[in-house]
Design a protein around this ligand. Structure first.
Ligand SMILES: NC(=O)c1ccc[n+]([C@@H]2O[C@H](COP(=O)([O-])OP(=O)(O)OC[C@H]3O[C@@H](n4cnc5c(N)ncnc54)[C@H](O)[C@@H]3O)[C@@H](O)[C@H]2O)c1
Length: 332
């Protein structure tokens, strides 16, 4: 992606902290910021990410292995920063059902720590990774709008939503500007396929490349607005650059297009030539929602967001990346 064509010199020389910088989305934000000439600090406790995710563009990045629960580390990392991109979190819905206290600790209290450190450091804007799980499973299956009621169904969703409210409250109480990019199923290279809670595209591609039948939870007719990671990066950069105060405004970050898990399986299996490996179906998972499609008009009007990469192009790139990493062979 030619980020310079979209953002010119805006980030050149700007010090930016990316929490969760060794993770999937954080590493892509860092890659973009480095190419734009920003001075990047990456903080991660490596509970879910790894510094290898920055291979190839980490020369100018200051990496700090530490937790957002450690206020001294946060004070050090936010010093002199213009922007904070807060991506660090525990990220699994089913795991949060098993470990609600830890999820609240990291995702809610950790977010308060990040805001406090940013406020004390005089940061211009904090951009927070929100989650579409905030919408829950309303009776109306239509596209989700930011002003709809929030109905979190899992400890993960509730804690991520608490973080969104903190963004708004810190802006209105202390004047530090904030914004929320509310992500809808972000996917792309470097998404963790090793955890037992791997996101579905990573899990399907990995299973098929390992000659295994993927597992679909529920009947597979649940739909998701799968969003290639460069679109999430773009939303973050646009939210950071916006010249009006955003005061904790929430922006759906998605493609406004959704497909079912069954269709997704068919597309990945076709790309890998493994339609012979039919999926097995398991019981639906606690906290999973049925339909998830975004309306992205507000993000478009306020920060000029529109998806840069469509679903099929993103899926192609991603599946090829898993093929290369897992088999060492590009498409023949
Ligand atoms: N991937 C998605 O589809 C999606 C959807 C909605 C929201 N989000 C949010 O986006 C953000 C990034 O998610 P991701 O998909 O890149 O996941 P990820 O697990 O790859 O990245 C999260 C990173 O946070 C780090 N981390 C966890 N606890 C920490 C702590 N206490 N201190 C410092 N670092 C810590 C992990 O080690 C990991 O590297 C998260 O806040 C997540 O809730 C992601």
């Amino acid at each position: 992606m030619d980020w310079n064509a979209h953002h010119g010199d805006h980030f050149r020389g700007a010090r930016c902290l990316v929490t969760g910088g060794a993770g999937f989305i954080g590493s892509h934000i860092i890659e973009a910021l480095v190419s734009l000439g920003a001075e990047v600090v990456a903080l991660d406790d490596l509970s879910g990410g790894e510094w290898n995710n920055l291979d190839g563009f980490d020369d100018s990045v200051r990496t700090v292995t530490g937790s957002i629960l450690d206020t001294d580390t946060l004070a050090d990392c936010t010093a002199g920063c213009r922007y904070v991109f807060h991506e660090a979190a525990l990220g699994s819905v089913p795991e949060s059902v098993e470990m609600p206290v830890q999820y609240n600790q990291v995702n809610t209290n950790g977010t308060v720590n990040v805001l406090e450190a940013a406020r004390q450091a005089g940061v211009q804007r904090v951009i927070y990774a929100g989650s579409s799980s905030a919408y829950g499973d309303p009776p109306d299956d239509g596209p989700k709008l930011e002003d709809m009621p929030v109905l979190p169904r899992s400890p993960y969703a509730a804690a991520k939503l608490a973080g969104e409210h903190m963004m708004r409250a810190w802006s209105l109480s202390y004047g530090i500007d904030t914004a929320v990019t509310r992500y809808f199923n972000i996917f792309g290279p470097r998404q963790n396929a090793n955890s037992s809670y791997a996101a579905v595209i990573a899990a399907f591609a990995t299973a098929l490349l390992n000659n295994q039948a993927p597992t679909i939870y529920g009947d597979g007719e649940q739909c998701r607005d799968f969003t290639y990671v460069h679109n999430a990066v773009q939303a973050n950069l646009l939210a950071a650059r916006c010249d009006k105060p955003l005061e904790g405004e929430v922006f759906n970050t998605a493609c406004a297009y959704s497909i079912s898990i069954n269709e997704l399986y068919e597309k990945i299996a076709a790309q890998l030539g493994r339609q012979d490996l039919r999926p097995t179906y398991a019981e639906a998972r606690a906290g999973d929602v049925r339909m998830s499609t975004a309306n992205i008009n507000k993000a478009n009007k306020t920060i000029g967001y529109e998806p840069l990469v469509d679903f099929d192009t993103g899926l192609n790139t991603t599946v090829e990346w898993y093929r290369k990493v897992l088999t060492g062979t590009p498409a023949g």
